[in-house]
Design a protein around this ligand. Structure first.
Ligand SMILES: Cc1ncc(COP(=O)(O)O)c(C=O)c1O
Length: 361
């Protein structure tokens, strides 16, 4: 069955309401957003520039694209900005017109909706192999005929598994040989401080079929603002994406955000400090429960399997905590969950609630 409507974890309003809870009463571990919140530098910029709303944004976003280009040491022509990473996922599906596409299962659901009229081949990831993707992906690309695009999420959402650079280069090589577009969604990659050793951005020059999608959304905690970008050295694709985009889809404040946030060194540093301590704190805490199989996290969320029959999402919600049940991901079952890494106080609250629930008290 194809996924035709958006299915996300973050919208817990309905469920909270059913249990007589308001949004403010619930601690949300389902959305993977930086808990440091909207950067102060952005708040100041928006407040100081409210009057700019009387003007249209600059139609070609030249300043925004130039800033992103210099950050990644690329040319302005290689940068296609978008209204969130999502606009670019749908844009690249339209531009490539791929009719046979390889996707991971499980993975972020929007790829399947974007390639709605394509035949989808799934690389089914198994718990026995730790949800690793590279080998299965390579086998399928090697075997399948008429594959036109491979769309990978790296690190994968919800599993957090990474395809490393060495493996991804093999995939990119094979795609290049077989004339297949390789689209890599790196929406969470910037949570890894040494990401240039994992990301494929340094290899854009080498692979003309490669497109990489990035987002400001998660790292800078601005899902409501909408800003992402696509990187490619493929001039035809870049030109086609720029041609087909609707005018002014990035609003004035998102345009400004992209120009200032990459220079907010304090926020970036604090984020790396937070993630390096809190991720291992929460991972170790979760790992301490014998009822949970916890997968090694790579970014700001942790994926785990509950080894006993229990509706953990409901039990936690009754304690005012909302987690992402992964039951509606293709390839997963009821007992898989994903939690965001949050602040120390919030993480302790989750671990305490789990202790009570799992010990049956
Ligand atoms: C892997 C992945 N890519 C892209 C997105 C969407 O990003 P944006 O809000 O920038 O459109 C999400 C949102 O959850 C995601 O998980």
């Amino acid at each position: 069955m194809k996924i035709t409507t958006a299915m996300h974890g973050g919208n817990y309003n309905e469920l909270a309401k059913q249990h007589g809870l308001t949004k403010e009463m619930v601690l949300d571990f389902s959305a993977n957003i930086n808990p440091l919140g909207v950067p102060a530098s952005l708040k100041q910029t928006i407040t100081a520039n409210l009057d700019k709303l009387v003007e249209y944004p600059e139609p070609d976003y030249l300043a925004l694209r130039a800033r992103i280009a210099s950050f990644h040491q690329l040319d302005l022509a290689n940068i296609i900005p978008g209204n969130g990473a999502t606009e670019l996922i749908f844009g690249i599906a339209k531009v490539t017109k791929a009719q046979k596409v390889l996707l991971l299962a499980p993975t972020f659901a929007e790829y399947e909706r974007a390639f709605f009229d394509a035949e989808i081949i799934y690389a089914e990831l198994a718990k026995e192999t730790n949800f690793d993707a590279a080998e299965t992906v390579l086998e399928i690309i090697e075997r399948e005929t008429e594959l036109e695009a491979v769309c990978l999420c790296n690190p994968n959402n919800p599993t957090g598994q990474l395809i490393n650079q060495e493996e991804m280069i093999k995939i990119a090589d094979l795609c290049e040989k077989k004339n297949i577009y390789l689209i890599i969604d790196e929406a969470f990659m910037d949570f890894i401080e040494e990401s240039e050793t994992i990301s494929m951005i340094p290899y854009l020059q080498q692979f003309s079929h490669l497109c990489i999608i990035r987002a400001f959304t998660k790292f800078f905690a601005i899902p409501g603002l909408r800003l992402g970008y696509l990187l490619t050295k493929n001039d035809l694709l870049a030109e086609a994406l720029l041609q087909m985009r609707e005018p002014w889809s990035i609003n004035t404040f998102a345009d400004m955000a992209g120009q200032i946030l990459l220079d907010d060194k304090d926020y970036i540093k604090q984020t790396y400090q937070w993630i390096s301590t809190e991720r291992s704190f929460l991972y170790q805490g979760l790992n301490g429960f014998p009822e949970l199989t916890v997968y090694q996290p790579s970014v700001n969320y942790i994926f785990f399997h509950l080894e006993k029959p229990l509706d953990l999402r409901k039990e936690l919600l009754l304690k005012g905590i909302f987690v992402r049940s992964c039951a509606n991901y293709r390839g997963l079952t009821e007992n898989y969950y994903r939690v965001a890494v949050k602040t120390r106080a919030d993480n302790i609250q989750l671990l305490t609630a789990l202790e009570v629930i799992l010990s049956g008290n």
